[in-house]
Design a protein around this ligand. Structure first.
Ligand code: GRG
Length: 289
């Protein structure tokens, strides 16, 4: 669990930069409308690991770019990420985010969606301010694909016979795309040659895919409480995750039937049986590799 604790200022070499990113975030959140300030500060102050902003800064700095636009774009990707979280919690009817009540639970669905819209459009104002066409292209494409990923997930969410490749497409779209864009933006800021930009994007995409796979796998582990998750959370929500899909491919027809029912109905009383099948088939080990 130590790995989940953010590094303290004295051992985090990026502490000063991340502090600057947080200053920019607070500065750019400002609105004349009190409810927007209240909700956006509520979610931004709840923490969050700020992985995507770090990725922008790491790549930009590794390629020699140290201008102030890097903090602006780091804050921009965090705004986009936060907008997607606000919308996602409404879609999933979630009640817990970052260890506290979700904005939708506290302020209602309408306010959450609208503040998500505000953050999303503010992010576009910020990227226009950076005044580079390639930045606009990258983030317009990324946000498009994220929305497509969510719609794909909506269509697939209850399909117990989902192919692993289709599952991977959803997570590449909904999660890995913003990691990819963040890494790519660092390279764009540094005016890196296109092949370097592509290599950074590939690296970001791989990281984002791994990140979502781990997030899914943690649902099947015992030590997920630090993330506010419990064993079988995805099952309760009736989602076919990678371990379930691999177990489906490896099980007997009777067990497959059990898993299908579990995904379709989020069968709580069968939870332990399903987890046992996933373990027996070695699906967890297979998905960890
Ligand atoms: C607003 C363009 C736009 C689209 C909305 C609802 C939606 C479409 C997208 C949701 C995409 C989504 C929530 C993907 C999951 C991403 C994910 C892994 C979130 C958790 O990220 P962490 O762990 O969160 O980095 P923290 O709290 O640390 O910031």
């Amino acid at each position: 669990n130590d790995l989940l604790t953010p590094p303290s200022a004295d051992i985090d070499p990026m502490a000063a930069d991340m502090q600057r990113v947080d200053e920019v975030i607070r500065l750019r959140l400002a609105s004349d409308v009190a409810l927007i300030n209240q909700i956006s500060h509520y979610i931004v102050s709840a923490g969050g690991k700020r992985i995507r902003p770090r990725l922008v800064l790491l790549v930009a700095q590794a390629l020699g770019f140290v201008g102030p636009e890097r903090h602006e774009l780091a804050a921009t990707v965090e705004f986009i990420h936060t907008a997607t979280l606000l919308h996602d919690d409404v879609v999933d009817e979630s009640s817990l985010r970052r260890g506290q009540q979700t904005a939708n639970a506290l302020f209602g669905n309408a306010a959450s969606v609208l503040v998500g819209d505000f953050l999303y459009s503010r992010a576009f104002q910020m990227m226009v301010g950076v005044n580079r066409m390639r930045v606009l292209e990258v983030l317009a494409d990324a946000t498009n694909v994220i929305a497509e990923g969510e719609v794909l997930q909506l269509m697939n969410m209850h399909d117990p016979d989902l192919a692993v490749d289709d599952y991977l497409r959803v997570i590449r779209y909904k999660t890995a795309k913003l990691f990819e864009a963040s890494a790519r933006l660092g390279a764009v800021l540094a005016n890196a040659p296109r092949e370097v930009e592509e290599a950074c994007a590939d690296c970001g995409r791989a990281l984002g895919t791994a990140f979502q796979l781990v997030d899914d796998l943690l649902d099947y582990e015992g030590d997920t409480h630090a993330l506010g998750k419990n064993v079988g959370d995805d099952l309760r929500e009736g989602k076919p995750t990678l371990p379930l899909l691999v177990a489906m491919a490896r099980s007997s027809e009777a067990d497959r039937q059990l898993i299908r029912q579990a995904i379709e109905h989020g069968e709580l009383d069968r939870l332990q049986d399903i987890i046992a099948i996933v373990r027996q088939t070695g699906a967890l080990q297979a998905t960890r590799q």
